[in-house]
Write a protein that binds this ligand. Structure first.
Ligand code: KG4
Ligand code: ZN
Length: 338
């Protein structure tokens, strides 16, 4: 019985992350979040690449030392191949390749979106793992998908956004309201004090299980433009109600499609992942769905919802078990479908 230690590296967007897993258990999970982007109101790709270059060595050192693992104990290196920002992915990919070559260990490529879903298979006290097949909804600043998951690496995207991601819908609405980036968590916070039915925003008409959020953002902008013409203090006076209405509409859009997906597939186990799964509205909606419709819902621990390397590690571990290794000549892929 051999111990399998995976060093996992994630660098697809603006978080530089490394984790160590031993036989699928998390020994360390380190994330360096880049703060340089805050002042720009969004991620600046060039700055992200530079920050990854600075952070990657210290982050990996920290992950190894927290796990109490030395380089010779590493069985394989797992890394995020895509999807993501090309410059960011190149840092992690090149580093993973070089380290695997240097240590002469297998290299494992991981799809970031699959990893968000496989995060549900991390061993955690108090957290159940879904059974196959289940539905997964990945919701973040970069992605919005509904995926039918038949096995660890047998996944089918059955719905996705045609334009903005749901996190962008939160963040862009927040920006219109003059809130700092990323505004999603603030909208969530202020929603708790407001009336979700105070303002009505139209829901997009999109076929099948796909999403669209660009029209929603425009509707928020029009409301604010119209109302501030008459009353300069409109936002100030109505901030909580606007936030509650924005959140209520967005959660409604997500839940409508999830309900449709459950109905069409006959699968009522639903897992969520990505930064927006921290939202109190979506969490409550899923808890209600368990009571009302008998769904079984899975919400991961907070540190595994936002971008992290533990999820890359668990995906890498399951590929290791299948001996699914990558060639050292592999390249990053910014648009990586599965
Ligand atoms: O997964 P993540 O950390 O990074 C990627 O985008 O891949 O997700 C970040 C997104 C941001 O858009 C942020 O505003 C949103 O998740 N977010 C939230 C909440 N917490 C984070 N949106 C709504 N409510 C929250 N509580
Ligand atoms: Zn992500």
């Amino acid at each position: 019985d051999q111990t399998i230690n995976i060093l996992a590296i994630e660098s697809s967007c603006d978080d530089t992350a490394a984790a160590v897993l031993s036989n699928g258990k998390i020994l360390s999970n380190v994330v360096a979040t880049q703060e340089v982007h805050q002042q720009y109101g969004g991620v600046v790709p060039e700055l992200a690449s530079r920050a990854h270059q600075q952070n990657i060595v210290p982050v990996i050192h920290q992950a190894l030392s927290q796990a109490n693992i030395v380089k010779k104990d590493i069985s394989a290196i797992a890394f995020t191949r895509g999807p993501g920002l090309m410059g960011s992915l190149l840092v992690g990919t090149s580093f993973a390749k070089s380290l695997a070559m240097g240590l002469n260990v297998p290299l494992i490529e991981v799809n970031h979106m699959q990893a968000h879903i496989l995060a549900h298979f991390i061993e955690e006290d108090g957290f159940d793992k879904p059974d196959f097949p289940f539905l997964a909804m990945t919701i973040s600043g970069g992605h919005t998908q509904i995926v039918k998951v038949s096995d660890y690496f047998d996944m089918e995207v059955i719905g996705e956004t045609m334009d903005d991601a749901v996190g962008e819908a939160f963040d862009k609405s927040a920006k219109i309201l003059g809130l700092p980036y990323p505004g999603g968590p603030l909208i969530d916070k202020y929603s708790k004090e407001g009336d979700p039915k105070a303002f009505k925003f139209p829901k997009p008409k999109v076929d099948g299980l796909n999403f669209s959020f660009s029209g929603f953002k425009t509707a928020v902008l029009y409301l604010i433009q119209k109302e501030t013409k008459n009353d300069l203090d409109f936002i100030k006076k109505n901030l909580y109600d606007i936030c509650a209405s924005v959140q209520y509409t967005i959660i409604g859009i997500l839940m409508d499609k999830l309900k449709k997906a459950v109905k069409e597939t006959g699968i009522n186990q639903v897992a969520i992942g990505g930064g927006v799964s921290a939202n109190s509205g979506i969490r409550q909606a899923l808890r209600d769905a368990e009571k009302k419709w008998g769904w079984k819902c899975f919400i991961p621990k907070f540190e595994y919802t936002t971008d992290n390397a533990a999820m890359i590690g668990i995906a890498g571990y399951h590929k290791y078990l299948k001996k699914d290794f990558a060639d050292y000549s592999i390249t990053a892929q910014s648009r990586y479908k599965f």
